[in-house]
Structures are given as structure tokens and as C-alpha cells.
Design a protein around this ligand. Structure first.
Ligand SMILES: C[S@@+](CC[C@H](N)C(=O)[O-])C[C@H]1O[C@@H](n2cnc3c(N)ncnc32)[C@H](O)[C@@H]1O
Length: 171
């Protein structure tokens, strides 16, 4: 019985993530340095990783003195990322859950490595919900209809202003 439960948690998490977001494909060591350079990350800033996988990008951001918040739907990867980021636990927060339904806190940088088919939905979410001017960094996939302010071979950086809808909401 315990094995069935374990198998469901292990493989169910990967299946659900692949179905509603993106499968687990971690960014490689050779890519995260240049990506964080292009993002112009500064100590004291806050970065969010939507679909934070095993937490490697959160750890790299924290190494640079950045507060890092991850959202991860797969409980196995969530558990691994707690271990990966343990040394930087003062700077890193990881939430187990679906980022599409999360109210995102204010951040300087939002990082994503998703799939082409989710980029328009992501653009709608960010355009409607951001309460703070934010730099959005997408690894591999471009955001349709938006011009990148900086880019490299595999990374696209966008400036998002405040979401007007958020500003107009009565407080
Ligand atoms: C391509 S991997 C990227 C992992 C990590 N960001 C990196 O760059 O190494 C996508 C990750 O997003 C997670 N994911 C997919 N959909 C999600 C959702 N709706 N909410 C939270 N996490 C999600 C997957 O489980 C997977 O770990």
C-alpha cells in the first residue's frame, strides 16, 4: 500500500506538471550564469521562479544575495529543492502548488522556463496581476506579442509595467 502511495506521489507529480504547466527539464549549469547576468540581478532584489523544479535557479539567485521565491507543483521536486536550497534558507522560500492560481507577491524579476504553448497565458496573468514593475526573464521561449528589451541565444528579457487593472481596484 505504501508503495502505491509513493508511486502516485512520485509519478503523479511529474504527470500533473507536464499536463498543466511544463515537464521537468532543469536549466543547465552553463546557462544559469549568463541568464542571471542578462537579467541584471542585484543583491537585495527579489526573484520568483514559476515552476522552480529542483531549486537550482533559486539557489544561484540566493548565492548572489537575492531573495528567491519558487512555486513548484511536483511534491518530489519541491522536497528536493528544499534540500538544494537549505544552505540559503534565509533567502529562499518555496511554495508547493500551482502558480497559475497563486497571487504573486511583488518581485523585481520573474523567471520562467515553461513551454511555448503557455507563454500567452503567462502574459495574460502577468499583465493582469503584477502590482510592481517587473523584469520577466524567459528561458528558451519568447512571449508572443512582446518585444524583448534584451536577449541572448536562449534567453529573453521583458519589462512589464504595473498591471493597470490592479491599480484601478478600490482598496
Ligand atoms: C522546464 S522545468 C524548469 C525548472 C526550473 N525553473 C529550472 O529552470 O531549472 C518546469 C517546472 O515547472 C513545474 N511546473 C509546471 N507547471 C506548474 C504549475 N502550474 N505550478 C507550479 N509548478 C509547475 C514543473 O514541475 C517543472 O519542475
Amino acid at each position: 500500500m505504501l508503495w502505491y502511495v509513493l508511486a502516485i506521489v512520485l509519478f503523479g507529480g511529474f504527470g500533473v506538471a507536464a499536463f498543466i504547466g511544463a515537464p521537468y527539464v532543469p536549466i543547465l549549469r552553463r546557462d544559469y550564469g549568463p541568464l542571471l547576468e542578462l537579467a541584471q540581478l542585484k543583491p537585495g532584489q527579489t526573484l520568483i521562479d514559476l515552476g522552480s523544479g529542483d531549486g537550482r535557479l533559486l539557489r544561484e539567485a540566493a548565492k548572489r544575495g537575492v531573495r528567491a521565491i519558487g512555486y513548484e507543483i511536483n511534491p518530489v521536486l519541491y522536497a528536493i529543492s528544499l534540500v538544494v536550497c537549505w544552505r540559503y534558507r534565509g533567502l529562499v522560500r518555496i511554495r508547493l502548488g500551482d502558480f497559475w492560481h497563486a497571487k504573486l507577491p511583488a518581485a523585481d524579476i520573474i523567471y520562467v522556463f515553461l513551454l511555448d504553448r503557455y507563454m500567452s497565458r503567462l502574459d495574460r496573468k502577468l499583465s493582469n496581476e503584477l502590482s510592481h514593475p517587473t523584469t520577466v526573464v524567459s528561458f528558451v521561449f519568447e512571449i508572443p506579442g512582446r518585444a524583448a528589451v534584451r536577449s541572448s541565444r536562449n534567453t529573453f528579457v521583458y519589462d512589464y509595467p504595473y498591471a493597470e487593472a490592479v491599480l484601478q481596484k478600490p482598496r
